[in-house]
Write a protein that binds this ligand. Structure first.
Ligand SMILES: Cc1cc2nc3c(=O)[nH]c(=O)nc-3n(C[C@H](O)[C@H](O)[C@H](O)COP(=O)(O)OP(=O)(O)OC[C@H]3O[C@@H](n4cnc5c(N)ncnc54)[C@H](O)[C@@H]3O)c2cc1C
Length: 380
């Protein structure tokens, strides 16, 4: 890291300790008011690292986003999942493909933490295969009428703005007939069908959402009509890199808890860290976290330099997710019985870590992408 990056990281860590740590438990319990802390993050510029000041950001770029993501996630992964859904999954396509008016109206308030965004791709019959999208958007005069259901939508029940994908030309494959729309949740016909109870990532509100004859003005098309697939694909590598950083935060928090506990806990008249069965677990955690961070940083720097990063981002996310699950599992082992209770946060880290092998590209889809790139590199 450069000196500037190191200073940014230290500042972000102090900010998170001061402003998020005191609310982490409340967020975990789902107290909605705790979510107000997001505004402080907006004011301090931690929601807009990838957007220029004219749209409420700091313009520092993806590497800085990766740094702040790890810091936040080490304290509250549920909060960060909701933050990322808003200020990256919703906001970044709006920044990349939006008109000046759309950015002013929809990106700026999200980057400043005044409004919440969400991304709506997944449907009851559409998961990994985004090209199977069933939600329809039919043009009527200067409006589109959207009908369909989207599920597992992070922030769906609390969002102000939604980025929704719908089929506008059913006569061709979805890749050539899908369009992205910005929808306001206050518009008639948008409804919460169900809010899910989750294994982990508590505090994030994830819902099954309905769109019943939602009228969307044509000016709210994001990008070009029928070219929505391009909008979906454009940000994927950066999103995966950010999700990898999230998991590095969880892994770090789990490792730090195991380090502290193994230095305090006495058995057989010794600190348990003096047993290799314990201290070698700490060594393995450290090796894997270091590797996961380097892979994440490599992907972020490739993307920032405008270089191909499909393989690097997939590797970073796959490895960081596996590392977070393994590290949290081993940290729980180091803590023994107390680790299995809610008196210590390790059980939370394990539950939080489990999500990211599914969300934002499953481990299987990532392996598919990696092998495809590897064969290509070998001319096959
Ligand atoms: C808590 C949470 C939050 C989420 N937030 C959002 C959000 O904000 N917005 C949004 O749009 N979506 C969101 N998602 C959805 C998430 O992106 C999907 O769950 C994910 O893409 C997988 O889709 P699926 O669950 O339908 O699984 P499926 O695609 O049905 O997969 C089921 C299993 O089959 C495997 N599989 C599928 N296809 C293949 C293949 N070709 N080769 C090998 N294996 C395969 C998968 O890897 C998986 O193991 C969220 C999900 C969760 C759980």
């Amino acid at each position: 890291m450069t000196e500037k990056e190191q200073k940014f990281q230290a500042k972000a860590r102090a900010f998170v300790e001061r402003n998020l740590a005191p609310f982490a438990e409340k967020i975990e319990r789902g107290e909605k008011e705790a979510w107000d802390v997001i505004r402080k993050f907006g004011k301090a510029g931690y929601l807009g690292t990838r957007y220029p000041p004219e749209f409420g950001g700091t313009g520092l770029g993806l590497v800085h986003e990766v740094l702040v993501t790890e810091e936040i996630c080490a304290v509250s992964a549920g909060f960060d999942m909701a933050r990322v859904a808003s200020c990256i999954l919703f906001a970044h396509p709006t920044f990349e493909f939006g008109t000046k008016e759309q950015k002013e109206k929809y990106l700026k308030p999200v980057a400043q933490g005044e409004k919440i965004g969400a991304l709506c791709i997944t449907e009851p019959n559409v998961g990994s295969d985004v090209a199977g999208t069933e939600t329809r958007a039919v043009k009527e005069g200067d409006k589109f009428i959207i009908n369909g259901e989207k599920r597992f939508i992070t922030n769906g029940p609390i969002a102000d703005f939604l980025l929704v994908y719908g089929i506008t030309d059913p006569s061709v494959k979805a890749k050539r007939g899908m369009t992205a729309f910005i929808v306001e949740s206050k518009w008639k016909g948008y409804e919460v069908i169900e809010e899910y109870e989750l294994l982990g990532m508590h505090g994030a509100h994830v819902g099954h959402m309905g769109f019943r004859d939602v009228e969307v003005p044509a000016e709210n098309v994001l990008g070009t009509i029928n070219d929505g697939f391009k909008v979906v694909m454009a940000g994927l590598n950066a999103e995966r890199t950010i999700l990898a950083a999230e998991m590095n935060g969880v892994a770090r928090a789990a490792m730090e808890e195991a380090i502290r506990y193994s230095d305090e806990r006495m058995q057989f008249r010794r600190k348990i860290r003096e047993f290799e069965g314990i201290s070698f677990k700490i060594a393995d955690m450290s090796v894997k976290l270091e590797a996961a961070r380097l892979l994440t940083m490599k992907a972020a720097r490739l993307i920032e330099a405008g270089l191909p990063a499909t393989k690097a981002a997939a590797i970073a996310k796959l490895y960081a997710c596996d590392t977070a699950i393994e590290t949290a599992t081993n940290a729980l082992q180091v803590l023994g019985g107390i680790g299995y209770t809610r008196k210590r946060p390790v059980e939370r880290y394990l539950r939080d870590a489990r999500l990211m092998s599914i969300g934002g590209g499953t481990a299987e889809i990532l392996r598919y992408l990696i092998q495809r790139e590897v064969y290509k590199e070998h001319g096959l």
